[in-house]
Design a protein. Structure first.
Length: 328
């Protein structure tokens, strides 16, 4: 298993393995798609590999490594599946706590990987607390979340927090090419839109949510540049729901932000949005003050849609299209 651009995790897990002092709790933080689950697998591999290298690196080829990679290891338990909308329930957590006291099946350790820590409400975390504080010798927990602020201080104090960073564009391109499924041209488009986030690039290439969002934002950006407010309105008013509408606005805000950054820094190296060509054109078209006003209108509309106000998407689309067209 290749772990792209995650040297901090490689080194940490390998050194824990070779020193014989493996932490029983981890919080892996990073953006969606940044490879948190892959990093969790790597940590479990480093602990369970039956033929590790001298420096503690897992071999990736033994039976344990292979079963971890294919999600079929009986001692690596993933808490996934359909969560109720409120997140992990206390009953759900009690089942895990009971399971932790059952000895491992095949090895001398048992890993529980709990993704999306944001969905662990305080009551569920409290139910987990004792077992995370004092796990049996063979018990290990790996949580993932956008940030460690999702967790209670007591959980944070018993775990090691590791940031999972995105790859460089080159590493991301190499990872996508290694998958052997996509053309160079498609990979270049995906990396231009989603940069070093492998998960988002795959969603883009598989024509999933990222493709849909990027296409919408690129369409709006091009239409704004062409003063075509009809197209801006059309794209915005047909978004699926408020959440989706807000995601589009949020990504459009990044494109505007990039244009201001290009003006200041004069380079595209710090791009965070999904439409770098549009950002570059906007940078040559509008003043920094106008970019700031566009940003204000977008965030104001986003806020309107997230607050308790019962704004419908079409009304919000009309409002923001009108305001943006006046500024540009
Ligand atoms: Zn191995």
């Amino acid at each position: 298993m290749k772990l792209y651009s995650k040297n901090n995790i490689k080194q940490l897990a390998s050194s824990m393995k070779s020193s014989g002092r493996f932490s029983h709790g981890f919080i892996l933080t990073g953006e969606e798609g940044s490879g948190r689950k892959t990093a969790a697998k790597y940590i479990a591999m480093a602990r369970l590999c039956s033929a590790p290298a001298e420096n503690g690196e897992p071999c990736g080829a033994c039976r344990d490594c292979r079963r971890i990679e294919s999600n079929s290891h009986p001692d690596v338990i993933w808490l996934e599946g359909d969560l109720p909308s409120g997140g992990y329930s206390v009953d759900h957590i009690r089942e895990i706590v009971a399971d932790v006291y059952v000895m491992p099946n095949d090895t001398d350790a048992k890993f529980y990987i709990i993704p999306d820590g944001e969905k662990l409400l305080a009551a569920a975390q409290n139910a987990l607390l004792k077992i995370v504080e004092e796990p049996p010798d063979y018990g290990y927990f790996i949580f993932t979340a956008k940030s460690k602020s999702a967790f209670l201080p007591t959980i944070i104090s018993r775990t090691v927090t590791v940031g999972v960073g995105e790859c460089t564009r080159e590493e991301c391109t190499a990872a996508l090419t290694d998958m052997g499924k996509y053309s160079d041209e498609d990979i270049a488009k995906a990396v231009s839109a989603c940069r070093g986030n492998i998960g988002k690039c795959v969603s883009y290439l598989e024509k999933g949510e990222m493709y849909d969002l990027c296409t919408a934002v690129q369409g709006i950006s091009a239409a704004l540049i062409a003063s075509d407010s009809y197209t801006v309105l059309k794209i915005l008013s047909f978004r699926k729901n408020r959440e989706d509408f807000r995601k589009v606005l949020n990504m459009l805000d990044c494109v505007i932000r990039d244009s201001a950054v290009i003006q200041i820094m004069g380079s595209k190296t710090v791009i965070s949005g999904c439409a770098e060509d549009a950002s570059e054109t906007l940078a040559s078209m509008i003043t920094r003050d106008r970019a700031r006003r566009l940003h204000e209108v977008i965030t104001e509309t986003e806020h309107m849609c997230s607050s308790a106000l019962n704004i419908n998407i079409k009304a919000a689309a009309c409002y923001v299209t009108d305001a943006l067209s006046k500024i540009i």
